[in-house]
Write a protein that binds this ligand. Structure first.
Ligand code: C2E
Ligand code: MG
Ligand code: MG
Ligand code: MG
Length: 275
């Protein structure tokens, strides 16, 4: 009896599991500190048109961890979403992105480029989200028309009226909206006509095997038709090779993002348009 209880207790305090909990708590504490110390960096990945001309970029956060080096977002964004730090992370990324837009505006070679910023559901649902975005635009002097906010379908599962209200307020000031990872979420398509959207981004998972998998090819073609008939811009994500690019061009895709056109790089390495 006692032995069993002991065994159960031991199982409950599984050392591996405990280590994970501790590691996550430690990482969260380090992230909080890292935020204050300016360890977050924003990388830029180009978005190009069918002629390969750069029309803008996506801002992608990186964490320069003092011991672990560059930590990709997949390793700390989910954690930050759970403990609420995502609000501060998102605000810092937005601030950096807006300053980048101002720097681009000052140079003839980069003037007019748009910058897309990922917004997590928790960040968007904050009561003061709209105010934060407008304040940041004003404080930095960035042109709202060049800022795009990428939302995911999961964000729309909440209070649709609230989402529409917030989007309309920002859209009225010039801010554009994009649906990220389109096709992977659970929401209904009805939102596409309800929301003031500018663009949808076809998820990388459909592009990856678009030449080898007939279902992926059908899905991509359908999204392209849908976007066209709703007058939405569309960006294919994760374009890695010329065959994928050719397929997309043949089916009328107007914008592309992926390693074929450039990996995410620190802002200081953002090269002028290749000739
Ligand atoms: P996402 O918004 O869909 O961003 C695109 C991701 O695909 C980026 O990964 C990018 O590096 C990667 N990618 C682009 N082209 C290719 C390609 O050709 N092949 C492959 N294999 N991958 C490609 P990254 O930077 O690791 O970001 C992952 C996700 O983390 C993002 O997906 C986004 O959901 C999230 N994220 C990144 N930055 C932020 C941020 O500032 N705030 C929030 N809330 N989420 C962010
Ligand atoms: Mg994105
Ligand atoms: Mg995406
Ligand atoms: Mg995403």
């Amino acid at each position: 009896q006692a032995k069993d209880a002991g065994r159960n207790t031991q199982r409950f305090f599984d050392p591996v599991m405990q280590e994970t909990v501790l590691a996550r708590a430690a990482l969260a504490a380090q992230l909080r500190l890292g935020l204050e110390r300016g360890e977050l960096d924003v990388y830029l990945q180009p978005v190009v048109d069918a002629q390969g001309r750069r029309v803008g970029a996506e801002a992608l956060v990186r964490w320069r961890h003092p011991q672990r080096g560059l930590v990709p977002p997949a390793e700390f964004i989910p954690l930050a979403e759970q403990n609420g730090l995502i609000v501060a992370v998102g605000q810092q990324v937005l601030e950096t992105a807006c300053r980048q837009l101002v720097a681009w505006q000052a140079d003839a070679a980069t003037r007019g480029l748009t910058l897309s910023v990922n917004v997590s559901a928790r960040q968007f649902h904050q009561g003061d989200f709209v105010r934060q975005v407008l304040d940041t635009l004003q404080r930095t002097g960035a042109d709202a028309n060049l800022l795009k906010l990428e939302l995911t379908e999961s964000l729309l599962l909440g209070d649709v009226d609230e989402v529409v209200r917030k989007m309309r307020t920002l859209r009225a000031r010039g801010v554009r909206f994009s649906i990220d990872d389109f096709g992977t979420g659970y929401s209904s398509l009805a939102y596409l006509k309800q929301l003031p959207l500018d663009e949808i981004k076809i998820d990388r998972s459909f592009i990856e095997d678009v030449l080898g998998d007939a279902n992926d090819a059908s899905i991509v073609q359908t999204i392209l038709l849908l976007a066209r008939s709703l007058s939405l811009k569309v960006v294919a994500e994760g374009v890695e090779n010329a065959l994928q690019q050719d397929f997309l061009v043949r089916h009328g895709c107007p914008y592309f993002q992926g390693f074929l056109w450039g990996r995410p790089v620190p802002a200081s390495q953002w090269a002028p348009q290749a000739a």
